[in-house]
Design a protein around this ligand. Structure first.
Ligand code: ZN
Length: 246
């Protein structure tokens, strides 16, 4: 089976459509949360995910939109965009976001937005945080999003010991890579608001029959999303950052 792993779509329909168009051959789509927030098309993105994703978990922005976490925990621009989305999300789409399970385990994979330890809020940016999280899932792989940064961490032998380290696995963009036998925490990066300096939409293809993965980047018409955000009156910083991927 081949899966397209998407995360942090952030109501950016042009980016989502570009990714789904390119990943057309995937048997299933798994979504790691933050469908909404920041961007101009929350309803369209929820509806697309509803139709296309076989598995979906919520992110912090999704939970903020349905009142499960406090908007005061977000910075001013993010909070403004959440309140804007709250006024527009349809009742069925709010109900869909409310129905999503915090984590999902399927086969060799655990899915959590932030981390298996703190699914909604924790950011796994550094190996130390990744290492601490290996004890919080039992499958071979944990798929996470939230940081908007593509990343792979591998458990080293004896990672539970205090001096053991957790290895960062280099990403080979556009090449199939083996997942290997060691346990991993894998982040596909963000579809709708990449923050690694590359504005192209980021996602991951997973081939579970071969246990291989491929990181992909897809160009999309950034200016369409920026124009829609501008028209919607969303904070300028949020649409300017899409142009440089930070
Ligand atoms: Zn996010």
């Amino acid at each position: 089976m081949r899966y397209a792993i998407v995360s942090d779509i952030h109501a950016n329909l042009a980016a989502l459509q570009a990714v789904l168009g390119e990943a057309g051959s995937a048997d299933e789509v798994w979504c790691l949360g933050d469908i909404v927030g920041y961007g101009p098309e929350p309803n369209e993105c929820v509806e697309t995910v509803k139709q296309r994703a076989s598995v979906c978990i919520p992110g912090n922005h999704d939970w903020a939109c349905i009142g499960k976490i406090d908007i005061a925990d977000f910075n001013g621009d993010a909070a403004a965009a959440i309140m804007w989305a709250q006024r527009r999300l349809s009742a069925p789409n709010l109900a869909y976001l409310d129905s999503l399970p915090e984590t999902v385990t399927t086969g060799d994979f655990t899915l959590a937005h932030g981390s298996p330890r703190e699914p909604i809020w924790e950011y796994i940016i550094y190996p130390g945080t990744a290492k601490a999280n290996f004890a919080h899932f039992s499958t071979q792989v944990c798929l996470v999003g939230h940081t908007h940064l593509p990343a792979m961490f591998q458990e080293t032998k004896g990672a539970q010991k205090p001096n053991a380290s957790c290895q960062v696995v280099p990403i080979e963009l556009g090449n199939w890579q083996p997942i290997g036998r060691r346990r991993r925490i894998i982040n596909p990066g963000s579809v709708g608001q990449p923050r690694d300096g590359n504005p192209w939409a980021s996602y991951l293809l997973l081939d579970t029959s071969r246990m291989m993965l491929e990181y992909r980047r897809v160009p999309y018409p950034v200016e369409i999303t920026q124009r829609n955000m501008q028209k919607a009156g969303l904070p300028p910083r949020l649409y300017l950052r899409l142009g440089y991927g930070r």
